[in-house]
Design a protein. Structure first.
Length: 75
């Protein structure tokens, strides 16, 4: 996993209200947390990360990467 992403421990220990506030800060901050959760196997984050990549929401648009994540989700 990339060093600039939240750790698994950060993800599981972050209170829900605090996480919602972090995701609302900016699209780029939301992308960091969603990507980290996807890389740690969260099914909903995997789908959301794929959509963020497809839409270019908080990250550069990357349809190829998006479809790779959608395939992972489908498995």
């Amino acid at each position: 996993m990339r060093d600039d992403l939240p750790s698994y421990r950060d993800l599981v220990e972050e209170p829900a209200d605090s996480l919602r506030a972090r995701l609302a800060v900016s699209p780029q901050e939301a992308a960091r947390w969603v990507e980290a959760a996807a890389l740690n196997g969260s099914k909903s984050a995997i789908l959301n990360w794929g959509q963020m990549l497809l839409d270019g929401h908080g990250v550069a648009r990357d349809a190829d990467a998006a479809f790779r994540w959608f395939r992972i989700a489908a498995q």
